[in-house]
Design a protein around this ligand. Structure first.
Ligand code: HEM
Length: 503
């Protein structure tokens, strides 16, 4: 919060020394610090000592070695407040390792092709409703609309909770809501106010002078264990064969738990608290990252319309009615649309760095070949967002938006060298939602741009250059909240028109 003031009032000589210790500097500074200090540097501040690594090879070593470089406690405490989950699990002591492996196995096993099919179908429907609405309503609802798609797709793929698309999705759930409706509404609030949710006592949130959304979150958080109980009771009562034919994360998690119990009688199945914790992580990790990536991609396409032509060349080669688009047949053909996602993630990396901590003395070889001893307490940041801008990897135009860099001469997607492209991180903790987010992104963009185009909105009194300038200002005003986000989504004003009719 103080950062803009410090930047404005402090002499740059002083501000440059402290900006690196202020959250989200990567987007503000890009490669500024690394170009001066090298691929790896350390920051010593009164409360901590941190290492910042933008070297692909050393970053890969850190990410691969989950026993020496563990999940940082801060991540666990923020993401663990609704129950134990895959994020929290760390360490190589036998019981911790078993616990972590079990949760991770559950994610890997369940976020599979069955879920991808559901994600694809649900996203197509949601995005079609959105584009029908936006064509009639030029203005500032595109980013909010994409968030609606993302949360509704999570609802469907996560708990079989189907919601129609609406332009302002993140409503406050009524006090009368119960079960899935209440739990899902509460998670929507939690994902937008995660720090408050993790740090403020629930009673304090409900004080009458607090904002309504916060009061509602406190009210529903207090009742969350009851909602989960009700959801599990309903799932338990539903016909087991019906449940086994369903592909949503909750039913797959319950099947996993049942199978695990019968395979190894000594192991407990997932507890209610673990189910709650993992449902929360599934929602929070999958929602904002994907929604914001779609938002940045649409803004970039509006600013650089030649890339709309480029992806439309591919989309128009598919069945143009969209009726026959299936996950199995259509998704693999959308290489340019996926290239657009990769290029957006490269320039607007949602999670700027992956945080690891060491709890025991260890060593690491530096870029100079020397072995450095590391002593706890120490946090290490692998900076994917900085690696993504390295001209030695991406060429002199590393800062430019050029989705075609991802496609080779035969039209196939290029696989970057190891450790150079890490939006989903890497190693054994790599994001298990990679495919989920790709499927959702492609289905959304292909539907939005199948029969329409978008452009910065012209408002009365504008000079010809003003609409694009406004949009450039909005995207430049990007900040790191939980993940990288446009500071004020309402500043993104777009006009959607049927293809060939853009003005
Ligand atoms: C563009 C979209 C996404 C991006 C950029 C992204 C990025 C990341 C990153 C950087 C991590 C940290 C990994 C680490 O600590 O090394 C992560 C973890 C995770 N993500 Fe994603 N994610 C995305 C979408 C999703 C989706 C759609 C889901 C699920 C529906 C999901 C579920 C998870 C989970 C459960 C973890 C924790 C994994 C673990 O600790 O083992 N993510 N993600």
């Amino acid at each position: 919060m103080l950062q803009p003031h410090l930047e404005k009032y402090l002499p740059s000589l002083i501000y440059d020394q402290i900006d690196v210790a202020i959250h989200g500097w990567e987007f503000r500074r890009k490669r500024w610090y690394h170009d001066r200090l090298g691929a790896i540097f350390a920051v010593a501040s009164p409360d901590e000592f941190t290492i910042w690594c933008a070297d692909p090879a050393i970053g890969t070593t850190i990410l691969q070695n989950r026993n020496e470089f563990q999940q940082a406690p801060i991540v666990s405490s923020i993401l663990g407040f609704l129950g134990s989950n895959v994020f929290m699990t760390n360490g190589d002591e036998c019981h911790k390792l078993q616990f972590r492996k079990r949760h991770r196995r559950m994610f890997n096993k369940n976020l599979d092709e069955r879920i991808s099919g559901v994600v694809w179908t649900e996203t197509l429907q949601q995005a079609q409703s959105m584009i029908n609405y936006l064509m009639e309503h030029p203005g500032n609802e595109t980013l909010e609309g994409l968030r609606s798609i993302a949360i509704n797709v999570i609802g469907k793929a996560g708990y079989n909770w189907q919601q129609p698309w609406s332009p302002n999705k993140l409503d406050i759930p009524p006090k009368s809501a119960t079960g899935k409706e209440a739990y899902f509404g509460m998670l929507g609030l939690v994902t937008t106010m995660i720090l408050e949710a993790a740090l403020l006592p629930r009673k304090v949130m409900q004080l009458p002078f607090m904002p309504l959304a916060l009061q509602s979150m406190g009210y529903h958080l207090e009742r969350a264990p009851g909602y989960i109980q009700e959801i599990l009771r309903n799932e338990g009562e539903s016909d087991s064969s019906k449940r086994h034919s369903e592909s949503n994360f909750l039913s797959l998690m319950l099947q996993f738990s049942e199978e695990e119990n019968s395979d190894h009688e000594t192991k407990p199945s997932l507890t209610q608290e673990e189910i709650s914790g993992n449902l929360f992580v599934f929602t929070s990790a999958g929602f904002e990252t994907t929604a914001n990536t779609m938002g940045f991609a649409v803004i970039l396409l509006a600013l650089y319309p030649e890339w709309q032509d480029w992806i439309q060349y591919e989309i128009h080669g598919l069945d143009i009615s969209g009726f026959n688009w299936t996950y199995e047949n259509t998704f693999p053909k959308c290489k340019r649309t996926l290239a657009l996602m990769f290029e957006t993630l490269r320039l607007y990396t949602p999670v700027a760095h992956t945080t690891r901590a060491i709890f025991n003395p260890t060593s690491l070889s530096g870029t100079d070949g020397q072995i450095y001893s590391l002593t706890p307490p120490l946090d290490i940041y692998v900076e994917q967002s900085i690696i993504h801008l390295d001209t030695a990897i991406w060429g002199d135009d590393a800062m430019d938006f050029r989705p075609s860099r991802w496609i080779d001469d035969s039209g196939d997607l290029i696989t970057p060298d190891k450790g150079t492209f890490l939006p989903w991180s890497g190693g054994p903790r790599v994001c298990p939602g990679v495919r989920f987010s790709q499927v959702e992104f492609v289905a959304t963009i292909a539907t939005l741009f199948r029969n329409s185009r978008c452009a910065p909105l012209i408002v009365p009194g504008d000079r010809p250059e003003d609409p694009a300038l406004r949009l450039k200002t909005a995207i430049a005003n990007t900040v790191t909240k939980l993940t990288l986000s446009v500071k004020d989504p309402k500043e993104v004003q777009l006009k959607w028109t049927a293809c060939g009719k853009a003005d």
